[in-house]
Write a protein that binds this ligand. Structure first.
Ligand code: ADP
Ligand code: ADP
Length: 223
């Protein structure tokens, strides 16, 4: 069973202008349920563009995106946003935690925004923070945490609403090699424990080798 399918996806920017760039030239890719796929691409190859299209943050110029077998073409902006909120979790290279809130609150907020009761959101946030080894840091604001701890909290936030698909763009790219290695291990354990499907972009071939499969993006196509 397939969680994510991109078929013949094309995407350009500044169309019809002299500055037009064609980024994706017919990218085709799939991620099975429970599968963790590494996306390896040189800088500028269109990795962020592909992840944004897969995560319903952006729409392709041509081609098909299917999530859980359902075609996403022709959805209204509102329906697309709803599908993204329900199905997809994002992790970036930088944590993007809200600085004025604690780690616990940062993991509760997306749940509260989705209508979860406060007590339930807090219990789930604590459980996730414990799982990734930062339970004791729940009451701290991001600035008081190390880079590795901040990223662990960001993982919890991405999984707070129990998405089915995780999209990550260099999730440990901001960390020193030893921390990156360790924090990546934490992410993989979390993903495996929840049976999530994931597409994880990385330049790090050692990390890529720890995933189920590697796909490469170059010249706007996937191989
Ligand atoms: P990657 O994540 O692989 O580095 P991106 O998907 O961010 O690549 O970008 C691919 C190409 O598209 C780059 O040449 C980039 O400059 C260009 N690009 C990305 N976003 C835009 C945009 N909003 N407008 C114009 N060009 C863009
Ligand atoms: P980049 O790697 O492209 O520089 P960052 O890692 O700084 O980007 O993360 C910011 C990204 O968050 C932007 O590229 C933006 O498209 C993306 N974004 C916008 N809205 C949302 C959203 N609702 N959920 C997740 N990501 C979003």
């Amino acid at each position: 069973e397939t969680m994510l399918e991109l078929e013949g996806v094309k995407k350009g920017y500044n169309r019809g202008k002299p500055s037009e760039v064609l980024v994706l030239r017919g990218a085709t890719l799939s991620v099975a349920k429970g599968e963790v796929v590494a996306l390896v691409a040189p800088s500028g190859a269109g990795k962020s563009t592909l992840l944004h299209i897969a995560g319903l943050l952006d729409v392709p110029d041509a081609g098909t995106v299917r999530l859980g077998g359902r075609a996403m073409g022709g959805l209204s902006d509102r329906a697309r946003t709803e599908a993204r909120r329900e199905e997809v979790g994002f992790i970036y290279q930088f944590h993007h935690l809200l600085p004025e809130f604690t780690a616990l609150e940062n993991v509760m907020i997306p749940q509260l925004a989705n209508g979860a009761p406060r007590a339930k959101a807090e219990a789930r946030a604590r459980e996730l923070l414990e799982k990734v080894g930062v339970g004791a840091r729940a009451g701290h604001r991001p600035a008081a945490l190390s880079g590795g701890e901040q990223q662990r909290v960001a993982f919890c936030r991405a999984l707070a609403n129990a998405p089915k698909l995780l999209l990550a763009d260099e999730p440990t790219g901001n960390l020193d090699p030893a921390t990156s290695d360790q924090v990546f291990g934490v992410l993989m354990e979390l993903v495996r424990a929840t049976g999530l499907s994931a597409l994880i972009a990385t330049h790090n071939l050692e990390l890529a080798a720890r995933m189920d499969r590697i796909v490469r993006l170059s010249a706007g196509a996937v191989s």
